[in-house]
Design a protein around this ligand. Structure first.
Ligand SMILES: *Cc1c(COP(=O)(O)O)cnc(C)c1O
Length: 373
């Protein structure tokens, strides 16, 4: 039996060629020219002015939030609104920066933050709204723009899953004061591990570069006014990124085709499939998630086990942030239930969705999914 993994990247463009250039030239650290090129190409691609390459998508958010906090003189314990249905990276960056996350329920159709639920959580201490575009559809941004304007809040955009996606005619990754990306192996563009911060604000740009590079001073390198991190991306990673970016249009087409094929083959299973579109975007199917109907007798965990035994890899949906044991320990969870995201965790998981997935594999996966019902 050939196991079908949940993700396999496509690395058959110029990746090897550019990697050889790094080795042959000796430029393997962050000082090589691919890093600058990747920053320039990627930010241009997203229609944003500045790009700051970093070690991964999680630290991209840490740096971005800190840069905002410092620029706008936010205080410790000021609040940042965030979706509860997301990855820990989004939220821990708020906590590492001694700010307080406020968890908002998600929308049952798009799985993104339910923008109608944000306003009642805004307090005099609220400083920002963090949006995270989940699994292939962007957040409904207009209500977020309106609230940000009304209450003078900054927008932080975690666009790690939404490279190339648009909200109406605006590009994901260009809608926040800071926007962040990940280039982990399952993202639309990969560098193995890697991340990027985008901004149009020169001060934020400089701050991020400073913070990610140990707060070295340009003319007095080993004298420090602040503590930062070494979160630099290497030339080796950026070389892969530059090659990946050359094929980006093709990658998005592959993902859309994959999503369409799954939609056709799974249209009558007792589960909710991703929305193919909303009135503001078409689904890019970063991953193809399904949510079991209530009348299915088993939950996502059992379904994933059954599929694994039949040779199909899957991943669970996010465990909501308001239920995380660590946040309960830290007294960051209120006792309010958020049933939509809790149900998504219980009933949802995603199918193999990588760029190297073949049509034959999609058919095998779909057939296997049907069998478990
Ligand atoms: C992948 C991902 C991250 C984290 O990126 P890493 O590179 O794995 O650290 C952050 N946010 C979202 C939405 C992601 O999908």
């Amino acid at each position: 039996m050939n196991f079908i993994p949940v993700n396999e990247p496509l690395l058959n463009g110029n990746e090897k060629k550019y990697l050889n250039e790094c080795i042959d030239s000796g430029w393997i650290s962050s000082d090589g020219h691919f890093v600058k090129k990747f920053e320039k190409d990627f930010s241009a691609h997203c229609g944003q002015k500045y790009g700051i390459a970093v070690a991964n998508g999680s630290v991209a958010i840490d740096v971005a939030v800190r840069a905002l906090k410092e620029k706008y003189n936010w205080h410790d314990d000021d609040e940042v609104i965030a979706p509860t249905f997301t990855i820990i990276s989004s939220v821990q960056s708020i906590i590492y920066n001694r700010l307080k996350p406020v968890f908002i329920e998600c929308d049952p159709i798009t799985w993104n933050i339910d923008t109608s639920k944000i306003e009642s959580f805004i307090t005099p201490k609220t400083r920002a709204i963090m949006v995270v575009h989940i699994y292939g559809l962007p957040t409904d941004m207009q209500p977020v723009f309106d609230l940000a304007k009304k209450y003078d809040l900054k927008i932080i955009e975690d666009a790690a899953q939404a490279h190339g996606q648009t909200y109406r005619d605006m590009k994901c990754g260009a809608m926040g004061c800071v926007s962040t990306f990940s280039f982990y192996a399952n993202k639309h563009v990969t560098t193995g591990e890697g991340g990027m911060i985008l901004t149009s604000d020169e001060e934020i740009f400089e701050k991020c570069n400073y913070l990610k590079n140990l707060c070295f001073l340009p003319d007095n390198r080993f004298v420090h006014n602040d503590l930062g991190w070494n979160f630099r991306m290497s030339n080796i990673q950026a070389a892969v990124g530059v090659a990946q970016l050359e094929r980006f249009g093709e990658f998005i087409k592959i993902k859309k085709r994959m999503g369409k094929k799954y939609q056709e083959l799974l249209s009558d299973i007792p589960a909710r499939l991703p929305a193919a579109k909303t009135d503001y975007a078409e689904n890019h199917y970063w991953v193809f998630g399904i949510v079991l109907n209530d009348d299915v007798k088993f939950n996502a965990k059992t379904a994933m086990k059954k599929l694994f035994e039949k040779g199909v890899g899957t991943r669970p949906f996010f465990y909501p942030m308001h239920r995380q044991p660590i946040f309960e320990k830290m007294n960051l969870s209120d006792n309010v239930s958020r049933p939509v995201s809790e149900r998504l965790y219980e009933r949802g998981f995603y199918l193999p969705s990588g760029l190297a997935l073949t049509d034959d594999q999609i058919e095998i996966v779909s057939k296997t999914v049907r069998e478990i019902f």
